[in-house]
Design a protein around this ligand. Structure first.
Ligand code: C5P
Length: 439
């Protein structure tokens, strides 16, 4: 791993950007892509520079790019392969963390220096390393968490330490179930899929009874209480009761997943979703995956009214995830080397990746990868593949497998643990055979 080489490259990319007049930022639409795009935008604002921003689901050449002389691609792998000659005559820099190769455009990418962009640094973290400014550190943490890179390690951990040192980020060891800030306790438990809580997940009545028996008051002044509002002693009681419950159900191992690092953003208002990096990133995901990426960017830039709009997107996101996971649980198939979910006509392409990932939270053993498909707005097949850390340790590399499996029928790539692709609608059988062979 060549940290010095990577930092030098980051500096070189920053120098190029600082010479731009009015660049177009082209960023990916997921949580990390939005946080990274916003981080670049904020860095330019700090420098008093003008910019335009374009968020895309997949990398196609768009009118806005035609008119831009300077482009900063953020969180897109394979820029040169996808756009090639269309970028001729333009000044281009790339900020990314996907597997790929160094091309002719200056590219800040930890992968090119021996780091794993899937677990050691996000695109937001890479953008932070390019600009390295205290005001940007929170977005670097949000992007990493949004890309499921927790617990933060390696270069991500360096950023976390910087954030903690400046008093901007806090790293607590606490119950790490999703919704500590936003979900009333009963739903905090009943929506919990990581870990799966047998008898509690999906059962509000049992959650209500369980919390009562643990001696937790569910309301205060007529309002449902949330986890972050509990006193320390109540938190300890709840965690202990949950662990004992899991042991009594014969799934004691799952209790190890209950507690872990949670990353808090100390400068955000207490009780706001934006104070918890995980909830912040979920909010961004909701905006990006439901066609309102600009709202996510505005949230990151602290623009007035954006948070309220993002909350509305989150409701839609949750609804689609709930319906999608119900469909997925009863329709996934075992294809031998991998699990397969055909989500066409049932699940939107924007959430298929999230949903197949959620299947590992209780439904599927992590013994093989999972591949989900949905239709995109052009009628092509969008593929999302997910693996577990264990599978990656044993050699699975989904980014590589998808990239090779799609040769001649589409385009694919990504990380070893999470990857995606788009193929022509009549090429599914060919893809499945190729992918099985690559695995
Ligand atoms: O789209 P999905 O969320 O399944 O993508 C998983 C990962 O694979 C993301 O990091 C995405 O940027 C990457 N990807 C890629 N090339 C593609 C499609 C997805 O690098 N053609």
């Amino acid at each position: 791993m060549d940290k010095i080489g990577f930092f030098k490259r980051c500096e070189e990319v920053r120098g190029r950007i600082e010479n731009f007049k009015e660049p177009l930022i082209v960023n990916h639409y997921d949580a990390d892509g939005l946080a990274a795009g916003a981080l670049v935008a904020k860095a330019l604002e700090i420098r008093g520079m003008n910019y335009n921003i374009l968020t895309l689901r997949k990398l196609d050449f768009k009118e806005k790019m035609k008119n831009a002389e300077e482009i900063i691609f953020v969180d897109f792998g394979g820029v040169e392969e996808s756009l090639g000659d269309a970028l001729k005559g333009k000044q281009v820099v790339i900020i990314d963390h996907h597997q790929g190769v160094d091309g002719k455009f200056p590219q800040a990418n930890p992968h090119l220096f021996g780091f794993d962009g899937g677990s050691e640094l996000s695109s937001s973290g890479t953008a932070y390393m390019v600009f390295r400014n205290d005001e940007l550190v929170d977005l670097a943490v949000v992007g990493a968490v949004g890309d499921m890179q927790f617990p933060l390690k390696s270069l991500n951990r360096d950023i976390l330490r910087e954030g903690i040192g400046k008093g901007i980020v806090r790293c607590d060891i606490d119950l790490s179930i999703f919704g500590r800030i936003s979900r009333p306790l009963v739903w905090f438990l009943s929506y919990c899929t990581e870990p799966f809580l047998p008898g509690l997940t999906g059962n509000e009545k049992n959650c209500y009874r369980f919390l009562k028996e643990a001696g937790i008051e569910l309301k205060q002044d007529g309002m449902w209480r949330k986890y972050y509002e509990l006193e320390l002693e109540e938190r300890v009681r709840l965690v202990s009761a949950l662990a004992a419950y899991l042991y009594s159900k014969g799934v004691g191992n799952a209790s190890r997943e209950l507690v872990g690092e949670v990353y808090m953003l100390a400068k955000q208002k207490e009780g706001s979703e934006l104070s918890d990096a995980k909830e912040y990133s979920t909010l961004l995901n909701a905006c990006g995956r439901h066609n309102k990426p600009e709202v996510g960017i505005r949230v990151c830039l602290g623009r007035e009214g954006a948070l309220e709009e993002a909350r509305a997107m989150l409701n839609e996101h949750r609804k689609q995830l709930r319906e999608g996971i119900v469909y997925a649980i009863s329709n996934y198939e075992d294809f031998g080397k991998f699990y397969f979910l055909d989500g066409r006509k049932h699940i939107e392409d924007g959430v298929i990746g999230v949903i197949v990932g959620m299947l590992y939270g209780g439904t599927l053993a992590g013994d093989k990868p999972i591949v989900g498909i949905a239709l995109d707005d052009e009628g092509k097949i969008k593929i999302s593949a997910r693996a577990t850390k264990d599978l990656v340790v044993h050699g699975v590399n989904l980014g590589e497998a998808l990239s090779k499996a799609c040769q001649g029928i589409g385009v694919g790539g990504g990380h070893n643990i999470a990857a995606g692709a788009t193929i022509e609608k009549d090429k599914l059988d060919e893809f499945l055979l190729n992918f099985s062979r690559e695995l």
